[in-house]
Write a protein that binds this ligand. Sequence first.
Ligand SMILES: *Cc1c(COP(=O)(O)O)cnc(C)c1O
Length: 366
Amino acid sequence: MTQIAPQPGIMDITLYQGGAATVAGLENVVKLSSNENPLGPSQAAIEAFRRASFTLHRYPSTDHAALRTAIAETHDIDADRIICGAGSDEIIAFLCQAYAGPDTEVLHTEHGFGMYRINALAAGATPVEVAERERVTDVDALLEGCSDKTRLVFMANPNNPTGTMIGASEIARLADGLPPKALLVLDGAYAEYVEGYDGGASLVDSRDNVVMTRTFSKIYGLGGLRIGWGYGPQHVLDVLNRVRGPFNVSQAALSAAEAAVRDTAYLEHCRAENARWRTWMADALAEIGVPSDVSCANFVLARMASAQDAEDCNAYLSSQGLLVRPVGSYKLPNCLRITVGDEASCRRVVHAIRQFKEGAADAASV
Ligand SMILES: *Cc1c(COP(=O)(O)O)cnc(C)c1O
């Protein structure tokens, strides 16, 4: 008997594991495992989502013109070279589908986002992991990792789960050094957390081999709606628009995102609150002997004494109803990624880690 088999590469995919959201037997858990905005979305976005409920029987816009115009106006970029997707994950998928395939390579950094590898394998391409230097993207290593098979080079700036970022001149050096058939994909999922940073938009405008991806899932607080976007040179947009389904994002998501991107005052409020509690949390952790790199995003990567220590600490936190993200699958087994929550959550998680360090976990287990 023959059985149908999937395309090569598919069975090599390890299922993506999202941040934990529940603890059996506990209510009121604090979720600091998925880098969500603890303040939620803009009120204007919620209103737009409500209004969209009156037209649920209508198909959504196919050209996303209203959202692309709102993005273009607020970011001062060209609306014709913006593409919207079901989360930036879908833009990553379009890029792999369009440019990668059998006998090509897709580069990603050592502690890079898991979806790069998954989408490369789904397209039949070979993912290539490139070493970082002490949890920071290494441009020289990426350039050395390129071959004539390289089609896409993915890097997030700031990066998840490290929280570190590299400067504009380094990124320009990377773009300029790529082989002619390769595109640099700058994942700007956390760009809004960095004041004055354009996520790489100006580099897109000055090159023909750079694409930027952005999301409404993080600072805009709309992860549940699945909406993100990409910005690139015209030749790339002409390709991606051919693989994009006509109704790939819902009208509710488009409308809420449009209202969210226009509410720049709320964005600034969220950025400031995040910066304040991120500094507080990193300092408080350092005081109790838990170091972290300076984070440019909405999480802190706490470095525990060992992989065992990280595992025990994670178990203790979850017994206290505090969910953080173990990052062993990102080759950081001794670390825990902790999303910057609101004030109460930040205080609770630091308090619990202090208790853990003082031996509360041992006491609880006897
Ligand atoms: C969260 C995140 C995204 C966003 O994914 P969406 O599909 O837009 O929700 C993209 N890249 C990185 C590095 C992320 O951490």
